[in-house]
Design a protein around this ligand. Structure first.
Ligand SMILES: [Zn+2]
Ligand SMILES: [Zn+2]
Length: 221
């Protein structure tokens, strides 16, 4: 019995050792599984990182392309603005030339206004001088320039002045007419009318050009 008891003891010891080894093996397998999972997790993280890095790079490439496009666009706009500046500068030069021309015209007009005022002053108290100068004007202009010319008409079919509606006389209100249209007026009335027209032009056109259209001196009816 002692021998068989001894075998049993040995067998039991061996079984225990086997159990211990199985236990160790299972622990090792668990550890191995854990390591494998850890490794797979890390691979997944790494792959995600690579993917997002690739995406980021792709986005940056796209941004660089877009920036280049915008840069070209800005260059185009700058070119257009330079062209506009040139046009504006040309217009400005044109306007400056026109302004200079207007200023010269204005100076000329001011001089003419001053001359007219001086003429009016000159004749204000000297009707005889006005009459004399008007006659001189008639002599100078009658044949050459078709401007203000006054002369006595040949026919005498109408006997009243259309300005004052009175008859003509042989002194100051003698029969006169504008040679351009042959409308008849008493000389003193025509004088007053012309003086008034010149004064009106002087008063109303201080900054403009004095221009009396003598061809439009139609008789007042
Ligand atoms: Zn009259
Ligand atoms: Zn007339």
């Amino acid at each position: 019995m002692s021998n068989s008891g001894s075998y049993d003891q040995i067998k039991e010891k061996i079984v225990k050792e086997i159990d211990a080894i199985i236990e160790k093996k299972e622990a090792l397998v668990r550890s191995k599984q854990e390591r494998i999972s850890e490794k797979e997790e890390k691979i997944e993280i790494f792959e995600k990182g690579v993917k997002s890095g690739k995406n980021a790079r792709k986005n940056l490439d796209l941004q660089i392309v877009e920036f280049s496009r915008q840069e070209a666009d800005f260059d185009l706009q700058i070119g257009n603005l330079h062209a506009q500046i040139k046009i504006i500068e040309n217009e400005k030069r044109g306007l400056q030339a026109v302004k200079l021309e207007r200023e010269q015209e204005l100076q000329k007009t001011d001089k003419m206004n001053l001359e007219t005022v001086l003429i009016l002053e000159k004749y204000k108290n000297d009707k005889a001088l006005l009459q004399k100068d008007l006659e001189e004007l008639i002599t100078i202009n009658d044949a050459s320039i078709k401007a203000l010319t006054i002369k006595k008409p040949e026919d005498e079919d109408d006997n009243t002045c259309p300005i004052c509606l009175e008859g003509y006389n042989k002194t100051d209100h003698f029969r006169s007419c504008i040679s351009l249209c042959f409308h008849q007026f008493g000389m003193s009335c025509l004088e007053k009318f012309l003086m008034h027209a010149v004064r009106l032009a002087t008063e109303t056109s201080k900054k403009g050009v004095i221009y009396i259209d003598f061809t439009d001196l139609s008789p007042i009816k």
